[in-house]
Design a protein around this ligand. Sequence first.
Ligand code: NAD
Ligand code: UDP
Length: 310
Amino acid sequence: MKRVLVTGGAGFIGSHLCERLVNDGHDVICLDNYYTGSKENVWHLIGKPNFEIVRHDVTQPYWAEVDEIYNLACPASPIHYQHDPIQTTKTAIFGIYHLMGLARRTHCKILHASTSEVYGDPAIHPQPESYWGNVNPIGIRSCYDEGKRCAETLAMDYHRLHGVRSKIIRIFNTYGPKMQAYDGRVITNFVVSALKGEDITIYGDGKQTRSFQYVDDLIEGMIRVMATEDDFTGPINLGNPGEFSMLELAELVLELTGSKSKLVFMPLPQDDPRQRKPDITLAKQKLGWEPKVPLREGLQKVIDYFKDRF
Ligand code: NAD
Ligand code: UDP
């Protein structure tokens, strides 16, 4: 049994991770300031002897004796991270800075949740970890993209200078139950609109692509990365290489929901990447991992989850 700190533990991915770790018998501290997460996501875990929940903001130091840290604290959807971009940058950078200090003092492992956004609007397709990215440093997505890039820098420098056992994962678009209905992300927007019979909003021409990973696949990948040897830092891509245009996604959502919603076209947001697809060669070799849940199957689970709510 390990003592594990999950920052952002009451968020979408964090709550799935807490559930997995608690079920595996670990002693879990779920730390969150509820900026975008909610206690409801971990309600079912409260009261278990190996689960505790702490209200705290990672922009401030936090101390606890732990064996492993998963640093997930950061708003992830564009409308959330653009709502208060200065807070987003502070969360990304001060968050990892304080947690690196904790990892250095307790000699624990620390896995940092980075993102495919570090590749920006990529000029290489699919994106391997060796690609340095094409990121606008002053745009409306920069608070998130550059915050996450700087966090990777700190994770590597603490590793090189102080021997911290840092591990960086680059998560590609992930979806599943417990996403927030109104987080503005494409899966939730399409599913909720289809279920309510409202128009489905396609930004731009809808030909831009994304790769969608079901949350259970990601959690398995994260656990495997944490279990790698001490000097394995990554970065390592965790994503599903299946690539879909937003038009294809919309058609699939309409088919699975049986909805009669219409597609309406709206302007493409600034700096919206044209394409994104992970190269997961490293994850396959290093972790023996690859995603198992196809989009059709994962989407059905999300539709079932939201059906009860709308
Ligand atoms: P989420 O918004 O549901 O979860 C983030 C959690 O962090 C929330 O519970 C929020 O309240 C908490 N938080 C935010 N700022 C905080 C702060 N200053 N102090 C403490 N807690 C704070 O998002 P998610 O989709 O679960 O993303 C989790 C992590 O994974 C994020 O770091 C995100 O950047 C990364 N990621 C997610 C995706 C994805 O597709 N969901 C893709 C790439 C990377
Ligand atoms: N998108 C869309 N309609 C929506 C929401 C998003 O067409 O209602 C598009 C968005 O412009 C982007 C893609 O879907 O090209 C994925 O957007 P999301 O915000 O989910 O993720 P990210 O852009 O961060 O990968």
